[in-house]
Design a protein around this ligand. Structure first.
Ligand code: 8LQ
Length: 473
């Protein structure tokens, strides 16, 4: 059972040979040029389907003068206009609730999920039963690649609500024949209860955001529990940078005595695990036969060569309810094409997705990503686990301040140790970022922890000035 067609046909009782590292050996290890030819054929299929079923794509492509049959190469596909989040919101405002890019009858919708909508109108995802099964099969396949197997317990530690992250992990685990444990997250006291349940169930697989795995480890220690006692083998993360940032990944691997796998792109692009590491390959592989990913120049929306940086543009090759065709992410990454230790012949994002273009800021001509600051801090002994990044405009130039917690050990050692750590943080940040930051060390547990994605950037001129005065600047 290893077909590759559009629309996809999955058999829900298929499993690979137990000894195989691959779920679909051919699709995962084929010659990349051969795969690219097949991707072009799939792109034509999905475009023809979307054109027939959706006024949204009809309008967009008629205006651009593009037809599915024009696409003969991956370069031709770069002519197809990108889809933005704003267009999806507009389409849903005019054609509520699912937008005129819904390509199946509304009666086929099996699950509704959505974006959190913290900035403006939320976007609704209408997912057909067929797509739900496709997602489950894709995720089971990728989770097999992470080393999870039927019978393993998989603990899902993210909120089971609108968010597709938790549901995607859950249905992948179910299809893989695992003991799926939808523990959730987000209710008061739930993290302490997670510590108890993890100790009882000893899951092989654990899913959350990287921030929450760090938070959970702090709570475990407060409860006198060593996170290694949970017996977790694989922690797989999505939602934010971390799983491919060496200092954070290594710290979490060390705390839990388990392997970290980075995955996840965007909820709209579910099966969002289509960018995911594997048991033997770090960073993220682009599982191009599920969702075709281009890393592109954000101005031209054309692919950059391997080895270069750009923004991912995603195209569903297997979804039929709300297929995204050239959806632009606004994230940043760089991609490479090398031999992968696991033998899969996909391109790879060695440093994962570093962050969003919107979240990048410029300090005296240098591009600074919040994730680079997290990377430096997590690599320093004595860091207390949370920080805030304050960006301000002092005079005509942007300025950067970082408030970083020190840990209990440094607190016990006293003010000299705190000062020494502050100097070290300042020196490391300046070495890595190429710009000086005003560093203020703060007590352990100053900042609230998150059970979801961390929010650390504060754009605040007044706060910068008061901190600068406090430091005597
Ligand atoms: N984002 C998501 N996963 C990321 C990762 N592994 N590394 C860096 N940034 C990542 C449902 C899945 O968890 C994916 C998800 O979080 O979807 P959302 O909620 O739509 O958020 C998408 C954004 O999260 C991406 O654009 C990345 O900036 C980030």
């Amino acid at each position: 059972m290893e077909e590759w067609n559009f629309p996809p046909k999955y058999s829900n009782d298929y499993f690979p040979e137990p000894a195989s590292p691959y779920w679909f050996r051919d699709r995962e290890t084929m010659d990349p040029e051969k795969r690219d030819e097949l991707i072009v054929a799939r792109i034509r299929d999905v475009m023809a389907y979307a054109y027939d079923h959706s006024p949204f794509y009809q309008r967009k492509w008629d205006k651009a003068g593009i037809k599915a049959n024009d696409i003969r190469t991956l370069a031709d596909f770069e002519e197809v206009p990108v889809v933005t989040k704003q267009e999806l919101r507009d389409s849903q405002a005019k054609n509520p609730p699912f937008g005129d890019y819904l390509c199946c009858p509304e009666s086929d919708i099996h699950h509704i999920h959505g974006t959190s909508g913290t900035t403006g109108r939320p976007t609704a995802f209408g997912i057909s039963r067929r797509d739900w099964e496709t997602i489950a099969n894709n995720h089971a396949r990728i989770m097999w690649g992470m080393g999870l197997r039927p019978g393993d317990t998989v603990f899902v530690a993210a909120i089971l609500s609108l968010y597709m992250g938790s549901w995607g992990a859950l249905i992948g685990a179910e299809r893989l024949g695992c003991k799926a444990f939808p523990f959730g997250a987000g209710a008061p006291g739930m993290t302490a209860r997670a510590v108890t349940w993890l100790g009882m169930m000893k899951p092989a697989g654990f899913y959350s955001t990287p921030s929450y795995a760090l938070r959970l480890a702090e709570v475990a220690r407060e409860e006198g529990v060593d996170p290694r006692e949970f017996g977790i083998k694989v922690l797989f993360f999505s939602g934010e940078p971390g799983g491919s940032i060496p200092s954070i990944r290594d710290k979490i691997q060390d705390i839990y005595g388990a392997k970290v796998v980075d995955c996840g792109t965007m909820a709209e692009l579910t099966p969002w695990m289509h960018a995911s590491g594997s048991a033997d390959t770090e960073g993220m592989l682009l599982w191009q036969d599920i969702v075709y990913t281009e890393v592109a120049d954000p101005n031209s929306n054309r692919r950059v060569p391997y080895g270069e940086q750009g923004t991912p543009i995603y195209t569903h090759l297997e979804r039929t309810s709300q297929p995204m065709i050239r959806m632009v992410s606004g994230d940043l990454t760089h991609w490479v094409m090398e031999d992968n230790p696991c033998g899969r012949t996909y391109p790879r994002l060695p440093k994962g997705i570093y962050g969003r273009i919107d979240d990048m800021f410029q300090i005296r001509g240098e591009n600074v990503y919040p994730s680079a600051i997290a990377e430096v801090l997590e690599g320093l002994a004595g860091y207390g686990g949370e920080h805030r990044i304050i960006i301000s405009r002092g005079g005509s130039m942007d300025e950067l301040a970082v408030q970083a917690e020190f840990n209990g050990e440094i607190a016990r050692q006293g003010p000299d140790a705190v000062r020494a750590l502050g100097e070290k943080v300042e020196a490391e940040l300046s070495r890595v970022l190429g710009v000086r930051a005003l560093v203020v060390m703060v007590d352990p547990d100053t900042f609230p922890r998150t059970d979801f994605k961390a929010q650390r950037v504060v754009d605040d001129r007044d706060l910068y000035q008061s901190l600068n005065q406090k430091r005597g600047g």
